[in-house]
Design a protein around this ligand. Structure first.
Ligand code: A3P
Length: 304
């Protein structure tokens, strides 16, 4: 795949064709005060975070709070601003409380930064992120699952280390949001995928509080938090009909004045949802190399 650099980050062809234009358009996107942006590097748990935030903001004690998620992929419930803004057929207006982005913090338009709207950033262990990312493109290209225990090719691994992947370098993306969250902790919440997995109740409560939809004591007593966690769990989400057999059509550029599209099956967003699956696909030497880069790039910022 061809990658292009824009403001220090690498993007695949279909992102970059419109990125400068998109950015100009995004300058006109002024998030509402209560709007929340869910940000992430690809494959860090975006689909899960969107489902949780959507379920939290749409809950009600009387009815099933997550009914739209029963029939729509969470990416359709919480649109990516960069795709929606230039889509020929926007599925949802951007005037919704939750939107999302893979745009690095340092490339966000000033209108977004200055709006004071809240941002939730989810990050993940780099080894697992890389394996998940590799699987995504493997499946796009072959339509098959990455075979268990297959070690990823050295040159593809090296590209990740060099930052040459969609929205890479991974570490720079993470650092942009981390530093911003240290400067503005009330505006930017930083969540680790592993923490969300291991201490789900704590982080779901924190997320709800942060985005302005805290759980009441009555809701806690009625088990609302656990209900949302169970609904958004990998086991439940990956088995919903829409996520097992549904598909989305992505616009990937313009060819001869016509929009070029390709279909992506929704199940590509649900693979294993485990911590540490990298051990099946990276050698110890590869893992050590990633650890060294992480140490070198992030340790002085208190992030390892
Ligand atoms: P794996 O490939 O390691 O299984 P993104 O949503 O940013 O594209 O990230 C995809 C990763 O999140 C995949 O990881 C996917 O399986 C995992 N994932 C998707 N839904 C999840 C959920 N409800 N809970 C936990 N992990 C989930």
């Amino acid at each position: 795949m061809n990658y292009y650099q824009y403001e220090g980050f690498w993007y695949p062809f279909f992102h970059i064709v419109n990125l400068p234009n998109k950015k100009r358009m995004l300058e006109h996107f002024k998030p509402q005060h209560k709007q929340v942006i869910l940000s992430s590097f690809p494959k860090c748990g975006t689909t899960w975070l969107k489902a949780l935030a959507f379920a939290i903001t749409t809950r009600s004690c009387e009815s099933e709070p997550t009914n739209l998620l029963l029939t729509r992929l969470s990416h359709d419930c919480v649109p990516f601003i960069e795709f929606q803004i230039s889509s020929s057929q926007p599925k949802l207006i951007l005037d919704v409380p939750l939107v999302s982005t893979h745009i690095p913090y340092t490339s966000l338009p000033k209108s977004v930064i200055n709006s004071g709207c809240k941002i939730v950033y989810i990050c993940r262990d780099p080894n697992d992120t890389f394996v998940s990312l590799y699987h995504f493109y493997y499946k796009v290209n072959t339509k098959e699952e990455l075979p268990t225990n297959e070690i990823i090719e050295e040159d593809v691994f090296e590209c990740f280390c060099q930052g040459l992947t969609a929205c890479g370098p991974f570490w720079d993306d993470l650092l942009g949001y981390w530093r911003a969250s240290l400067e503005s902790p009330k505006r930017i919440l930083f969540i680790k995928y592993e923490d969300l997995k291991n201490e789900t109740v704590y982080w779901v409560k924190k997320l709800a509080q942060f985005i302005g939809y805290p759980f009441s004591l009555e809701e806690e007593d009625k088990g609302m938090i656990q209900k949302i966690i169970n609904f958004c769990s990998f086991e439940n989400m990956s088995n919903l009909e829409v996520n097992k057999n549904g598909a989305v059509t992505l616009e990937v550029g313009i060819k001869k004045h016509e929009v070029d599209t390709f279909e992506l099956k929704n199940n590509i967003y649900f693979r294993k949802g485990n911590i540490g699956d990298w051990k099946n696909h990276l050698t110890p030497t590869m893992a050590t190399r990633i650890d060294q880069i992480t140490e070198q790039k992030l340790a002085s910022y208190g992030l390892t």
